[in-house]
Ligand binder design. Structure first.
Ligand SMILES: Cc1cc2nc3c(=O)[nH]c(=O)nc-3n(C[C@H](O)[C@H](O)[C@H](O)COP(=O)(O)OP(=O)(O)OC[C@H]3O[C@@H](n4cnc5c(N)ncnc54)[C@H](O)[C@@H]3O)c2cc1C
Length: 681
């Protein structure tokens, strides 16, 4: 018998209150730098970012006695605290039911290629501990009566390794980790935006940050200095890079900051795109039951006329409705899924409607309109019928099927004043996740000593990732980075002095009141270019042209800076300069990949009139979307960038391999653990 879930239980899973933060400690001293008198804070380790990954690193370090401080632009902002979907997913080794083995999980994590085998294994092995420790901290992951975790199947997941606390899994993760951080006395410096890393002889020794509260005479922008021998970058993904984006507002990430510090960046060609509501409203992924309920999808033109546009792509009602359903667990766009009337034809059709100036909606009060014959729950593909049957979702209307399968999903939009039970929901194909980022080893170490990167800031994913692998990776690498910091004694030497003058001067060089470039102009230019030239459909000439324009913009910023409208916009101006640099880096990587013959993979189709793949629609082949196939050899390597002068040096490297025949052996390997020899210095 289905059990009715009382409203207060649903409320608690949707409205997740975050803990109150105590005041952060006062500065330890004041120092002069670049003509300004700046407050100085000291710590053993700075964690930049208070998302799920950063807080995990901070908690694990504090538990091991490290004097760690968290610096956050916005303590309960960012992707973990503010994003989700119908069932926001964490992906871990399966315990009860079907069982699992770490090699199989590692193979699934790295299945899309361009992923290091050791990293995939680390994420697989570490997943059990990540999940169990979150449960220990109070994360309410659902269990059956025998203690097995309830699971389901998600994107790039053939087994069913996904679990969820509901739409706000990652916010709940932030909450339990933040509570633990506060219990451990970790200072959280909120409203503190890190703008520049300070190096000393090639090692990190601190950072320049901006805090509104530090503004005053002699320090008009509120700059301050942090000194520490270790920095963990946990600033999340570069969500502001695209105009069409399902990231919450204000997600800048630390890609540009990392590039400026000379860190190697990897796999920047790889991002996820899929359907969701845009950041201008309530940014939310429309995966899982939102589409498994099979709402009617339509567009509206400038004259207000409705178009049943999917009927131009799919041949039958059954085919169309079944593919809308499959977007539930084939959520990210993938070029090959446009073929054979597959589920990514839905994304393509939506993107083309938007490009033609039409707005796209899903209506939960209407079943999909007919293509050949009226919609019927009895006339769906077998996998779809079986799922809906098992879920007991035989209700007549999409809204009732959705209410039955996942009432939280309706509740969630209501919280943001959108009643999907009453009105259609506008949505689009959006950028959602950066798979690449700072290149790290199996301990989260970047190419610059003392700097680690965890969570979405790190480039630990390959071309694809199973849904929920992002949250898992952040937890595993947050823990691993902390273990390495302690095991290798990374904080022992203390922080060098570094050239704080130069670092502060570099920040100030962006802020030029007389610049013709405004924050808004830079934002609009970067976002439009990235969405128009580097979205799900790319081609060599457009990417090359976009790269030339991105380079020109960065030259102009170097030359003229950006004019902040007011002091409060100064941090944003520097972050937009970094975003412009990050966009150049992504375009350099894409241009390198495409001009070297790289094919369609991950969430990008590489259009080419000589390509092998051509999606079909009702009217015949869509020649303008003909695309190159993926090349097998590209799966074995990764594209690595490093800032070089005013540009980027690009190289390729082979994926790190792993000898699965080399089994651990207790008596032989125990001494390395006991002596700390497992932590490379
Ligand atoms: C709509 C949506 C749905 C998703 N669903 C899933 C899912 O189901 N499963 C999954 O695994 N992943 C999912 N993801 C991805 C996943 O949520 C993120 O990858 C993950 O939450 C990132 O965590 P993080 O800790 O690395 O970064 P974030 O949570 O983004 O935290 C970054 C932190 O850094 C701070 N910060 C940034 N820059 C600076 C700076 N310069 N100085 C100081 N602080 C800074 C921010 O304020 C924030 O506190 C989803 C993403 C989106 C957008």
């Amino acid at each position: 018998m289905p059990v009715a879930v009382p409203q207060e239980i649903l409320d608690a899973l949707t409205d997740v209150e975050m803990p109150r933060l105590p005041e952060s400690p006062p500065p330890a001293a004041f120092e002069d730098a670049a003509g300004l008198r700046l407050p100085v804070h000291r710590a053993g380790c700075l964690v930049v970012g208070s998302g799920a990954a950063g807080l995990r690193a901070a908690v694990e370090m504090a538990r091991r006695g490290v004097d760690v401080a968290v610096l956050s632009q916005s303590a309960w902002g960012g992707t973990s605290a503010c994003s989700g979907s119908d069932k926001q997913t964490i992906h871990t080794a399966n315990t009860a039911d079907r069982g699992d083995d770490f090699r199989a999980l590692a193979a699934a994590i790295g299945a899309g290629g361009a992923m290091d085998a050791d990293t995939a294994y680390v994420e697989a092995v570490g997943s059990v501990r990540a999940m169990a420790s979150l449960q220990y901290l109070g994360l309410p992951l659902p269990q059956d009566g025998l203690g097995g975790t309830l699971r389901y199947q998600t994107d790039h997941d053939e087994v069913g390794r996904a679990t969820s606390c509901g739409p706000r899994t990652s916010r709940l993760m932030v909450k339990v980790l933040a509570e633990e951080a506060l219990r451990l006395g970790v200072p959280v410096h909120n409203q503190t935006t890190v703008l520049r890393l300070i190096l000393d002889g090639g090692r990190v020794c601190g950072a320049v940050a901006m805090r509104a509260r530090d503004r005053g005479e002699g320090n008009p922008y509120g700059l301050c200095l942090y000194r520490a021998p270790v920095v963990v970058l946990a600033g999340g993904g570069p969500g502001e890079l695209y105009r069409d984006s399902v990231y919450p507002g204000g997600c800048f990430g630390t890609l540009g900051l990392a590039a400026e510090a000379g860190l190697e960046l990897v796999n920047l060609t790889e991002s996820q795109f899929g359907i969701g509501t845009r950041r201008e409203g309530f940014p939310w992924n429309l995966s899982g039951t939102y589409v498994q309920a099979m709402p009617h999808v339509y567009s509206v033109d400038a004259a207000g006329e409705e178009h049943h546009f999917l009927a131009r792509y799919y041949r039958t009602t059954r085919e169309m409705a079944s593919n809308i359903f499959r977007k539930g667990y084939q959520w990210p766009f993938h070029a090959t899924r446009m073929l054979d009337f597959g589920s990514s034809l839905v994304d393509l059709a939506i993107a083309r409607e938007n490009a033609a100036g039409r707005r796209v909606f899903m209506d939960f009060n209407r079943n999909p309109l007919a293509v050949d014959r009226p919609f019927s729950l009895d006339a769906l593909d077998e996998d779809v019928r079986a799922y809906l049957g098992a879920a007991g979702a035989g209700q007549a209307l999409p809204i009732d099927r959705l209410r039955h399968m996942n009432p939280l999903s309706i509740e969630l939009y209501r919280r943001y004043k959108v009643d999907i039970a009453a009105e259609p929901l506008e949505f689009a194909v959006n950028n959602q996740h950066m798979n690449g980022g700072v290149a790290v080893d199996v301990w989260g170490r970047s190419s610059v000593p003392g700097i680690y990167a965890v969570g979405e800031a790190a480039g630990t994913h390959g071309v694809t990732r199973p849904g929920g692998a992002a949250l898992n990776a952040g937890q595993v690498f947050g823990t691993r980075a902390a273990e390495h910091v302690v095991g290798a004694g990374a904080t022992a030497a203390g922080a060098g002095a570094g050239d704080a003058d130069a670092a502060v001067a570099a920040v100030l060089s962006v802020l030029r009141a007389d610049s013709p470039l405004t924050v808004r102009a830079v934002r609009d230019e970067v976002q439009a270019r990235m969405s128009d030239a580097a979205g799900i459909l790319c081609d060599a000439a457009t990417v090359r042209q976009a790269l030339a324009e991105a380079r020109a913009l960065n030259a102009a910023i170097r030359d003229r800076g950006i004019a902040p409208g007011r002091a409060a916009e100064a941090g944003r101006a520097v972050q937009w300069a970094q975003m412009a640099l990050a966009s150049e880096a992504v375009l350099v990587a894409l241009d390198h990949y495409i001009s070297g013959g790289g094919g369609s993979r991950g969430a990008r189709a590489i259009l080419d009139p000589a390509g092998e793949g051509v999606p079909m629609a009702v009217s015949g082949p869509l020649e303008e979307v003909r695309f190159r196939a993926e090349r097998a050899e590209d799966r074995a390597r990764q594209i690595v960038l490093r800032r070089d002068g005013t540009g980027f040096a690009v190289r390729e490297r082979a994926n790190r391999a792993m000898d699965h025949a080399a089994r651990p052996f207790f008596e032989r390997d125990w001494p390395a653990w006991l002596t700390g020899a497992i932590y490379p210095r």
